[in-house]
Design a protein around this ligand. Sequence first.
Ligand code: FE2
Length: 343
Amino acid sequence: MRGLFDWMNGGTSKGGATRAAANGSASAGKPAHANGGDVKLEYTSETITTATLAQMATTADPRFKQIMEAAVRHLHAFAREVNLTPAEWIKGIDFLTRTGQACTRSRQEVILLSDTLGLSTLINTMHDKTAMEEATHSSLLGPFFREDPPKYKAGEQISRVDASDEVVLWGKVTDVKGRALPNAVVSVWQTATDGRYDMQTGDDSMDCRGEFTTNAEGNYLIRSVRPNFYSIPMDGPVGEMITAQRRHGNRPAHIHFLISAAGHREMVTALYIADDPHIMDDVVFGAHGDLIAAIKKDQPGCPVPGVNSIKFNFALSAESAADKLSGRVGADPSKLGAAANPG
Ligand SMILES: [Fe+2]
């Protein structure tokens, strides 16, 4: 590691050495406005990065050290690349402050920011590559997940308000070789037909979400309704960013799934409705790959005949020891930050 005193004295940086000499000594060339003093300390746009990394070198946790060192290197490089001005950074600080302040027990603006910047999908994509086996792709947990949804028996309807446009969800949960996984827990959540989640209706009751269990053959059966495409919340700082970027802010209609089975990697994913107008330009980059599904009428083998349905089989990877610690990109908003510890 480069020594602390190297950069204090200007190090090998040409600019740093010159400026340190100008301000810290009584030699010729000292600017008229310099006040003198014996301490030779001056940061340049390059040495400040080295100085910060040197001061953080005492970090005990090696993974935390690695993450923070990379974060500082890239953050400083970003500021240098765009020649960030003080006024612009204060604007950024104001944006980040308001993003945090917009969070409540039912709204998670920081997850929304991560989603709209593509970071959530990037992390999910990297996570998929670490699976022991190639499973169904993952997708965003999103900002509307809630823990402890209602538990339902196979074939029960999860829409409590308006089930007039019914869609049945059915298929199997298997391992990657197609072997059935009985007793897998299948949690599902989606918008109502009006494109809103229950968390956006102003009351605390749960609607259009529930937990099911696969039967002995690995089959799941859920009665639901046709989800609608929706705009992400545009009345906060993330919405301001999306508007300034002239993005439409819409997500294609989709249904979220969280599936767990003993001995298998937990699956966070979603199915995207094939004929949706925003299927190709999801504002949070969730719709892709094998997760696009069609609603079809009278599908052969559908346990509820004569209805619209989506048939989809989910394949789960075997679970590694690391999987138990990998977590999810997203969380129930009531479990994060001040909302989790009110007062
Ligand atoms: Fe969603």
